[in-house]
Design a protein around this ligand. Sequence first.
Ligand code: 5CA
Length: 449
Amino acid sequence: MRLSRYFLPLLRDDPKEAEILSHKLMLRAGLVRQSSAGIYSWLPLGLRVLSKIERIVREEQDRAGALELLMPTIQPAEIWRESGRYEVYGKEMLRIKDRHERDILYGPTNEELITQIFRDSVKSYKELPRILYHIQWKFRDEIRPRFGVMRGREFLMKDSYSFDLTVEDARLSYNKMFVSYLRTFNRMGLKSIPMAAESGPIGGDMSHEFIVLADTGESEVFCHRDLVKLETPGADLDYEGDLSPIIRAWTSKYAATSEKHDAARFASEVLENHRVTARGIEVGHIFFFGTKYSEPMGCKVQGPDGGLVTVQMGSYGIGVSRLVGAIIEASHDDAGIIWPAAVAPFDVGLINVKSGDVDTDKVSDDLYAKLQAAGLSVLYDDRDDRPGAKFVAIDLIGLPWQLIVGPKGIKAGEVELKERATGARHSLSFDAALHRLAISAAEPGREAA
Ligand code: 5CA
């Protein structure tokens, strides 16, 4: 993509309305614009990141055996009356009347709708277990939308729903989602820690929040330090095999959000120098709630002995749009964002230091074509601007690699390759630079991306 033809409105100064760093950087780097409180438009660069995150989430859901569908944002009130949640959900729910004076709502979550779909379509235990998911916009009229996309009113969520015949089977579905979440966040360059959590308005008695440690996190969290170093399962994992050793490794050591925190247990179970007290961002939340929705909504299947059995359910959410902010909180420096390669909007920023100069134009254009031919996505700064301004902009938007083409280097047959994360710079021949970047495109982090 040539920057001269792109839409990338950068801001030089920190916007006043932004309290935390990720929000400031998202506005400055031209990723989003606020439309009204807690509601954002995604500009081209931001949308590329959001789509990459979505893709990783989708790939890991599919790998775990979940099936994608797409439910609407607007739901009828009746099904929420059936579950009993229409009245109790309170002001967070955006309630609307259509032209026929019928009550409809913008979905804050989808337990009712998926239960209705399942109930009307599945009749026999032979069609269980199933995990269904979608990636769809939600609306919650948060009392205090803040921190940009981290606590928005309209936000993108991946929500999965599991359907099982027995509680034991439902635990297996829960475990699949648990493990897939570890992999999902890890692929985005995040270290997430599952923590015992309250289930709130979703309900149920087994629930884990997936927390990314960051100083600006909204939740205070407590855990054993070993969990911060624990290894994430690899891509060769068999989801139909026994996942319990992985679950045990991640749940046998103390980890809790402030609502579930038990100071006495923390003190007795964890040695003082092993205790981590930190702030965290909740990027995912999984729940097992048994028959909370299937019972009142009559979601039953015929069991093996012919009798009707009420289905056991769980639900599993990931804050897809929140993740964009969470990744920035976890990965930035004074100059701007540092995107992990797997979610970067482009792989390489190609900088023509002297646009308009015949030689630098020729070499830059040639490298631009060759990088793309090698399968890399490139943002090519071909604008007629000062080199200093170009360097500031490319650092701010945080692409993993910068390839800098200037007249002096060209005379020596060289370009400069800069790695954004470390700041390391190397002068290389054109071919060597291309070769180095082509290798990075084939690195394992990108394997399935
Ligand atoms: N139905 C369940 C699971 S599918 C559910 O709604 N869970 S939730 O309320 O915990 O939300 C799932 C995830 O969405 C959270 O872990 C969080 O990452 C994200 N999320 C929740 N509220 C917001 C918000 N206001 N802005 C951005 N992301 C949010």
